[in-house]
Write a protein that binds this ligand. Structure first.
Ligand code: AGP
Length: 602
């Protein structure tokens, strides 16, 4: 989703901005732009599409002296991905970049238009720059003009503004969207996440909601609703976790293959010989907790749904799962004996973050399962368990889902232990399966080749149904999501037993059914459901350790001893199937159309 980079100092600003934006590229965007003020010189460039287009446009532009600069990658929310709608947005003498959504922009825009101000774009962002110039005209003071502007904004924003009226200053504000400030002596950096400034800045300050201020002459002045605020910088990690394709065709393919290795890291020090341990948690944290509520979006929601079966079955604790964007507006009843769990790969998903804030306001204890340390959700939560998946570049999440599911499985045992709900035998059996999981995740070349070959038969049809029961229902949802994200084919995940209550009406040879048929969970039940579809001529791709004679295509899995081992093995099959179909259709596997890696707007 949108990315921001800013820089104040003597170095070549164009390169700092473009390199920084490149680091954020995997998050998804459809246009980009930069603006620089150096001395009296003000320059800005924008381009639709990939950053190479912006690089091309700026190839003869260089900066040599002290100056201020801002850059942005835009993922369209208000208005099409055009050059006019790309950031930075210009007023008469100022530029602004912004992530998030200004919810009251229409009211503000109308009022500004009524005063004779002309808007060039369809964006909500442009309101910020015009509002600033309006107040600047009235107050003749850039800082107070910016402060007044920020006070008028409703919604989520992280924004940077530069202006000829104060050409050596960068103004900033943050509310609901992430933003940090990096420091290296007199040089000051801004970014919407730390990757663009790692290796450049030595220290960092993560802005809190409601903070704003300005950077000038190597210092930063910070304010919030109570006035000027002091802040403490922290050391910024020096190691950029560089993600490379390492010989794989796509990041997604590499990430599927590395699931086995990273799963070893996810369980390291946590799955012990006779118990599960999380150094991040203690018994006291679960005192008087009698229920769990999990909120998440997309793939993380599917991990949450999987976990709800595990928590109730293993830890015998009630567990409710909700899509974060739904939870926020349903006026939920929240009890303090409920632990509020969020799951997020990025730790920046706006809906999940806002749900967490709601739960905190209601006085609930919070825990997050997240892949990115220091992300907004991690910082907002009482406790955090990191999934240790490493940077995930493919927009279609794979290894993040696997590691989230593993952490939640471990957590269900951990809670079961604390509550005294789990026998020694069950604990031993689960631990043995957990330790075996990295093996179950090894991608076998023969299997991959088989999936590659049969993918050619699944490029048309009028839709896919991924079906499963129990734990395999969330996996069916996830399999369908993976396919639709990167193939653009219609796919739905469904509980197999529910097909007869409506969707079976769609069954004919053009309906592709991917049936998850584990041996260890309700095999006979799902078999009957698949037979019902086969009897109506649906095309069946069955995935099971048990041969199934009615399947049009059959992928035989190896594990039949534990549901979670079957789960992870089948997960690999659905991921590879989506990948190979997408490749055959010629799609951009790693950066599918319309999607963003980090969804920082609601
Ligand atoms: C997964 O393939 C998706 N790209 C998407 O559904 C994602 O899981 C969702 O946006 C939630 O993101 P998060 O885990 O970073 O919070």
């Amino acid at each position: 989703m949108c990315g921001i980079v800013g820089y104040l100092g003597n170095k070549e600003k164009k390169e700092i901005l473009l390199d920084g934006l490149q680091e954020l590229e995997y998050r998804g965007y459809d246009s980009a732009g930069i603006a620089v003020i150096e001395g009296e010189k003000l320059n800005s460039f924008k381009a639709v599409g990939k950053l190479e287009n912006l690089r091309e446009k700026t190839k003869n532009f260089h900066t040599e002296h002290f100056g201020v600069s801002i850059g942005h990658t835009r993922w369209a929310t208000h208005g099409k991905p055009t050059e006019l709608n790309a950031h930075p947005h210009i007023g008469n003498y100022s530029y602004v970049v912004h992530n998030g959504i200004i919810e009251n922009y229409q009211i503000l825009k109308k009022a500004l238009q009524a005063e004779g101000i002309t808007f060039l774009s369809q964006t909500d962002t442009e309101t910020i720059v015009h509002l600033f110039e309006k107040y600047h005209k009235e107050l003749h003071d850039p800082f107070n003009a910016f402060k007044q502007t920020v006070q008028r904004l409703e919604g989520a924003y992280a924004t940077l503004l530069i202006t000829e009226a104060d050409p050596e200053t960068i103004y900033f504000a943050k509310n609901g969207s992430p933003m940090l400030i990096g420091f290296d002596g007199d040089e000051i950096y801004f970014a919407s996440s730390d990757t663009p400034i790692i290796g450049k800045a030595k220290e960092v300050y993560y802005l809190e909601d409601g903070e704003y201020g300005f950077a000038k002459a190597g210092t930063v002045k910070l304010y919030n609703a109570s006035g000027e605020k002091s802040f403490t910088k922290q050391a910024l990690t020096k190691d950029k976790v560089l993600a490379q394709k390492e010989g794989y065709r796509f990041f997604m393919e590499k990430e599927i293959y590395e699931q086995s290795r990273i799963m070893g890291e996810t369980i390291m020090g946590r799955v012990l010989d006779e118990s599960i341990d999380f150094e991040e948690l203690d018994k006291e944290f679960f005192k008087d907790i009698h229920a769990l509520k999990i909120c998440a979006c997309g793939t993380s929601y599917h991990a949450a749904l999987t976990a709800s079966y595990l928590f109730e079955r293993i830890a015998k604790i009630p567990c409710h799962v909700e899509i974060a964007s739904e939870f926020r507006y349903k006026e939920p009843l929240l009890n303090k004996d409920t632990l509020f769990i969020t799951i997020s790969q990025s730790g920046e998903t706006a809906d999940t973050l806002e749900a967490l804030k709601m739960a905190k306001r209601a006085g609930l204890r919070s825990l997050t399962v997240c892949n990115v340390d220091n992300s907004s959700i991690v910082r907002e939560s009482d406790r955090a368990i990191l999934t240790r998946a490493g940077i995930e570049k493919g927009v279609a999440s794979t290894k993040a889902f696997a590691t989230q599911t593993m952490v939640l499985w471990m957590l269900s045992l951990y809670v079961g232990q604390i509550k005294g709900m789990i026998s020694k035998e069950v604990l031993q059996k689960e631990i043995a399966a957990m330790l075996h999981t990295p093996k179950a995740l090894i991608v076998n070349d023969t299997l991959h080749e088989k999936i590659r070959r049969l993918s050619k038969r699944y490029l048309h049809g009028h839709g896919f149904f991924f079906i499963g029961r129990d734990l395999f229902y969330p996996l069916a949802l996830e399999g369908a999501l993976k396919l639709k994200e990167i193939s653009y084919l219609h796919a739905e995940g469904y509980p197999a037993g529910e097909m007869k209550h409506g969707p079976i009406a769609l069954a004919d040879s053009g309906l592709f059914t991917v049936a998850l048929m584990p041996k260890t969970l309700h095999y006979e039940k799902i078999k009957s459901n698949v037979e019902e579809l086969s009897a109506r001529d649906a095309t069946i791709l069955a995935i099971s350790p048990e041969p199934f004679e009615l399947a049009d295509d059959f992928i035989q899995t190896a594990y039949d001893s534990h549901p979670m081992l079957e789960f992870f093995e089948m997960m690999i099959v659905t991921q590879l199937l989506a990948l190979e179909i997408s490749v055959r259709l010629g799609n951009d596997v790693d950066m599918p159309r319309n999607l963003a890696k980090s969804v920082t707007v609601e």
